[in-house]
Each structure stands twice: as C-alpha cells, then as structure tokens.
Design a binder for this molecule. Structure first.
Ligand SMILES: [Zn+2]
Length: 373
C-alpha cells in the first residue's frame, strides 16, 4: 500500500476527539499485526462514557524498554458540516486535503509505510509505534500512558505538523479559573456591599503588570521569547443595579522551559497578599485546572543531531502543546516532527503536501535503521 492510500484510509475513519477511537485503533492494530508487531491496548472510559484507547505496537512481545517510539495521535479536531469532503482524501496541486490529513494522520501514514518496508525481525533493538487518544483535548491519552508507565523509551519522535523541521523545545500550557468574591447589596447603597467586579478589575490590572514582568525572563529560541499570559473569558454580576457578589475569569499562561509552571501562580498569590493590605476582605479562589509542563530536549542528544542532519533543517521550538512532555516522562529524548504545516491544521481544507509526506517516510526509515537497526 502506498502512503497516500494509507492516509486515505485513515482520513476516512472519523476520529474526532468526542467519539470513541475504537474504529481507528482497530484499523491500526490490524495493520501493525500484519506487519509482525505485537499490539497492546490501553483502554479508558472517558467522562462521557466513550472508550478511548492508547495502542502500543512493538517489535517485542512485551514493550518494556523501547529504543525508538514513533508517536501519533489518533484523534482530530471536529470539522465543519459544510466541508463535505472532510473524510474523503482528495489531491490538488500536490496537496492532499482532508480532516486530519495534516494533523496528524499524515505522520501515522508515514510511520506505517516506513515500518512496512523494513524487515522488522532483523532489527536489533525494540521499535514501537504508539497511537494515542484525546491529544486534541489536552494530550489526555499520552498523559495516561505517562502515568501508567507501561514502558520506558530511549528516543521518541512525536508526530505533529512541523514542515519536517525537528522541534526540540515547547512551551508549557497552564490554565486556571479565578473567582473573586464580594458582597451583594442594592447599588444605591454601595457602602453596604463590596463589588467583586471592582476587586477583579484591580487584580486584572496587577495581572497585566505580571505579564510585563514575565518579559524579563527570556528564552530566545521562542517567539515570543518569554512566558505569555491571557485572560480569555470573564463574567460576573447578576443585574445592573446589584453590587456584584462574584466575578470569574480564566487565566492561561504558556511557560518557557526554564520556568516552573507554578511560577505565575506564585506571582498572583503575592499580588493578592498586597491587595489585602488595603482591602483585608479581598476573597478569591484560584482553581489551577491544568499544568502541562514545557519541554526541552538537550541539543546534544543523538536524536536531535540525527534529525537535524537527516532533515537538513536546524531544530526549532513551538508555542503549542504536544505529547513530547509525556514521552520525556517515560524516559525519552523527544523530538516533535512531521509533514504538513501547523498553520493549516485545525482549519477547513487542511492539507499535507505530497512531497513532504513521501519524504517523511524516507526519514522515518532512516531513523529506524539508525536507532533500532
Ligand atoms: Zn496534532
């Protein structure tokens, strides 16, 4: 089967994150078993009752110490119902269009094709294909694997559209829900209440100053070269003539690798202590829901230098979340790499260039021979 045919099969299987990934996992399991891999399922029931499975296909019967893991997520973001060809791979001008064609079924198709052309029983070190669930909704499948630790890995190539440039560092992603409390009262008598919205506004002004302070701590490989933060949602109050009792907002921040994920929380707590000097009743809750660590793989790692050499491109960084930190938690030096451009992912009409897809097959074959041959 050609890599295009495999990609066409994968795109035809609807695997948006809200559905169970059973269908695509069964397809991948069948393909891998035909190639002589031993497969292991790691199922999980998600919060909506759907089965989400991580699949590990390994050249050894028990995946314990993997030398090289090729990692691809099985899920995709949703597609617009008006995109009638979303599940039908179509080619135009050297580009293959379809939901997931770029992110990240192209990498999976390339990995399957690469292993299909290698005599796997001649490999001297364990090779694994790792197919994860629920990457698009928070890398949940990879995090479950990292928690369960069914294997360790020495090197991991994590498939994501990077235009075939190795990526060896990524920012972390953290999210918190903040609630500022006040005291309700008739708005004609402000002295009887305390406005949660005015309090939130004072806190937000200080958070904007924190964003400014974060610019002093630089990591020049990133664009922008510092930890960024954003308040994306805010709501509060119940009526125009009621002094508001509550104001809620979200705070997300993306950390550079030299900074701990809780550094911003620490700064916010200090600011709140300061606000309490003049407003002792300042009450707020912060629920830090998510803290995905940043990652940075040593530039002298054999995997980084190999991927730079074989791709002909120097390594780079990304500001979006990937499964690389989970692979690092499993012991691996991790590089994010794959065909297609992240800027066309998650859009109607996402595509992968045919030449990059085919080149990825060759690069993965060379990587398998180098690390497992
Ligand atoms: Zn992806």
């Amino acid at each position: 089967m050609t890599v295009e045919q495999t990609l066409s099969d994968l795109v035809a299987i609807d695997s948006v994150s809200l559905r169970s990934n059973e269908a695509i996992v069964s397809y991948l399991e069948d393909r891998c078993e035909r190639l002589g891999f031993k497969t292991h399922r790691f199922p999980h029931i998600d919060k909506d009752g759907a089965i989400k499975t991580n699949l590990v296909a390994c050249t050894e019967s028990e995946p314990r110490q993997i030398e090289l893991a090729l990692v691809g997520h099985t899920d995709t973001v949703p597609y617009d119902p008006d995109w009638t060809d979303a599940l039908k791979l179509s080619e135009r001008d050297g580009k293959l269009f379809g939901r997931g064609a770029c992110d990240t079924k192209a990498f999976i198709a390339a990995a399957l094709t690469a292993v299909g052309e290698i005599e796997i029983d001649k490999l001297t070190k364990p090779l694994a294909l790792v197919f994860t669930a629920d990457e698009e909704i928070g890398c949940l499948g990879a995090k479950r694997l990292a928690d369960a630790k069914p294997f360790t890995a020495r090197y991991a190539i994590v498939g994501e559209p990077t235009s075939l440039r190795p990526v060896c560092a990524g920012k972390g992603y953290c999210l918190a829900q903040i609630t500022v409390r006040g005291r309700e009262a008739h708005s004609a008598y402000p002295q009887l209440g305390a406005s949660a919205i005015f309090r939130a506004a004072r806190l937000l002004g200080r958070i904007e100053s924190i964003a400014g302070q974060l610019k002093n701590d630089r990591h020049d490989d990133f664009d922008p070269p510092y930890t960024t933060l954003n308040v994306g949602l805010i709501n509060g109050g119940s009526a125009k003539n009621i002094i508001p009792a509550e104001c809620h907002f979200t705070l997300e921040w993306r950390t550079i690798p030299s900074q701990k994920s809780d550094h911003v929380l620490y700064m916010i707590n200090r600011v709140v202590e300061d606000l309490r000097q003049t407003d002792p009743d300042f009450v707020f809750d912060i629920a830090a829901d998510r803290a995905d660590e940043s990652f940075e793989t040593r530039s002298d790692s054999e995997l980084v230098s190999f991927m730079e050499g074989v791709s002909g491109k120097s390594s780079s960084t990304v500001a979006f979340g990937t499964e690389a930190p989970s692979m690092i938690a499993l012991g691996a030096d991790a590089v994010v790499f794959g065909p297609g451009d992240i800027r066309v992912a998650h859009r109607t009409g996402e595509f992968v260039p045919v030449d990059e897809l085919e080149r990825c097959v060759e690069i993965l074959q060379t990587a398998i021979q180098k690390f497992c041959g």
